[in-house]
Design a protein around this ligand. Structure first.
Ligand code: ZN
Length: 182
């Protein structure tokens, strides 16, 4: 049973007046519990010809490599979120260059926003959620040990775009139901 976040009474599933979707609605105060996609901000951080990856010290995908990224917080911008996550996970200071990749992941209600960024001083470390961070050249990327499809897509775009030295924004949908059912 679900409870109302406002008053603690049970909620029930129904379509509110004027709405078209089933929501959890409080049986006592009528509060409607909307669930909306979450935004994940992160950065593709480069230093000289290398990219910064973090090995996850948390589930899911413990031990696999990822780009520094995480849930956007209230009252921050996406750029601030990306910089904050990079600091928290990789103890690295970044200078954001441009918006680089946006991924819809409708199956799990997520939106990824990844910025292209430079490492400011070449310094990085490992925050509590990270086993280790490392700079990888293209031929060192652990393609088989990447944590998420978004990481793989972003790295592929980067090494492809780097050949032309042009980095347009990439907007894609990952893992849609259509993809999964073939
Ligand atoms: Zn309530």
């Amino acid at each position: 049973m679900n409870c109302c976040v406002k008053c603690g009474h049970p909620t029930t599933e129904k379509i509110p007046l004027g709405d078209s979707k089933v929501r959890q609605v409080c049986t006592h105060c009528g509060n409607i519990h909307y669930e909306n996609p979450k935004v994940i901000c992160g950065a593709l951080v480069t230093w000289q010809d290398k990219v910064l990856l973090c090995r996850r010290a948390i589930e899911p995908r413990y031990g696999l490599w990822t780009l520094p990224a995480g849930y956007m917080e209230l009252f921050e911008t996406m750029e601030q979120g990306a910089a904050r996550e990079t600091w928290e996970e990789a103890e690295a200071k970044i200078e954001i260059e441009s918006l680089y990749c946006m991924y819809n992941i409708p199956r799990i209600g997520q939106i990824y926003v990844l910025f292209k960024a430079n490492l400011v001083d070449g310094q990085f470390g490992a925050g509590p959620e990270t086993i280790e961070s490392r700079l990888f050249a293209e031929d060192e990327i652990p393609w088989e040990e990447l944590a998420f499809p978004s990481v793989q897509h972003t790295l592929r775009h980067y090494f492809e775009d780097r050949k032309q030295q042009q980095f347009p924004m990439h907007l894609e949908t990952i893992g849609s139901r259509i993809d999964e059912t073939g």
